[in-house]
Design a protein around this ligand. Sequence first.
Ligand SMILES: Cc1cc2nc3c(=O)[nH]c(=O)nc-3n(C[C@H](O)[C@H](O)[C@H](O)COP(=O)(O)O)c2cc1C
Length: 174
Amino acid sequence: MDFEKVVKNRFSIRSFKEDKVSDQIIIGLLNLAIRAPSAGNIQSWEFIIIKNRETIEKLAKAALNQMFITQCSHLIVACANQELSSKIYGKRGWDLYSIQDVSAAIMILLLGITNAELGACWVGAFNENEVRKILKIPDGIKPVALIPIGIPTGIEKSGPTRKKLEMKLHFETY
Ligand SMILES: Cc1cc2nc3c(=O)[nH]c(=O)nc-3n(C[C@H](O)[C@H](O)[C@H](O)COP(=O)(O)O)c2cc1C
């Protein structure tokens, strides 16, 4: 697929087949995701791969009962390593760069997933404390997104439309 096609074909998938994706494919996609830019090349991202069905069910409940998540093959929890980024960049590293670093990696991951003809959804609505508890995430590491990945059932044909670029475009000053 060329780049334009990958970008246009990416939309959130919330319905997955029962078939599983190979671990190798997931690791390959994460290896592309870590090509993302990061502040000072600190790479303040961490990824937790979850296949255990009970853990995934608990996480779906912690994600405000978004139970579609339980259909996924692999669930990746993308985290910001705030501790690491703040060592170099202080508060800006903690509050902003670490989140931007992992978000950049997530975006590559999502495009890679589309390119591999798989599906995923960026899930940001979750109870952070519950997710921390379930996954034993230490202080200084912030879970940013749950990313259920799987083979799309195909019932979802496209995502929502976008506002026109002109509505978001400013020239010279805001
Ligand atoms: C920060 C963030 C949080 C999101 N949280 C959720 C979520 O909790 N559940 C969900 O189903 N989709 C979630 N989404 C996906 C958006 O709903 C989706 O990207 C948006 O509606 C555009 O649709 P598309 O991804 O199909 O193009 C989230 C996306 C982002 C970037």
